[in-house]
Design a protein around this ligand. Sequence first.
Ligand code: GLP
Length: 260
Amino acid sequence: MEIVILPSSAEIATAAADVVARVVTEHERPVLGLATGSSPLPVYGELIRRHREEGLSFAHADAFLLDEYVGLPAGHPESYREVIRRELTGQIDIDDARVHGPDGAASDVKGAAAAYDAAIAAAGGVDVQLLGIGTDGHVAFNEPGSSLRSRTRVKTLTEQTRADNARFFDSVDDVPWHVLTQGLGTISEARHLLLVAAGAGKADAVAAMVEGPVAAFCPASVLQLHPHVTVLLDEAAGSKLRLADYYRHTFAHKPAWQAL
Ligand code: GLP
């Protein structure tokens, strides 16, 4: 895992956008893994800026979302398919038909889950997967207790996650209980995992993910098993890391030829 502690969200956005832009420009058919939540928003803002001002094109890319609420009707403004359209994909030149998400409105959710894993594989797998982290250590919607090898499936949200996400709905009662989420095994198949986190509220989860044991209790700790992980943090999110000075030293002395 490469842990990079940066002064602010703006630097995190630039570093993450550099990684995504490299994939998009170097690959013939790039496959991007997109995340919702507030953490990736500065990254998306930077990608939109590069598209508008520097001609960065996503026209040849496919994108796969991490997760979706179950039971929200298609087109619901808080469905993740709509959120990503609003926050990113509707503002760049990616083909809307090539932006995929688990079908949380399907009558056969189990079938939809299996179809989603198959679609990712058929696209050749994800080149770079953007991730955030929940306050309880969840990634995508893999709550504590999730199998570290899980596939896309239905999960039940914790009360904590429903409370965290209530800000997007009129009230916490409107937050669905169930979701369809890529599993930790599915996510781990992406070739590069790029996790962004900012703010003191994420400090405990980040410390558990990076320096705690690999355990289903902290689903994000599965990243320790992946060969190519970049964790971009601001000072507050990295404030509970015991080896923070070492991570800073390592990044400051990173060989010039070695990209993130
Ligand atoms: C949701 C999403 C996750 C996201 C998490 C944290 O639960 N399913 O993908 O990482 O929220 O969100 P935020 O970045 O807004 O703190």
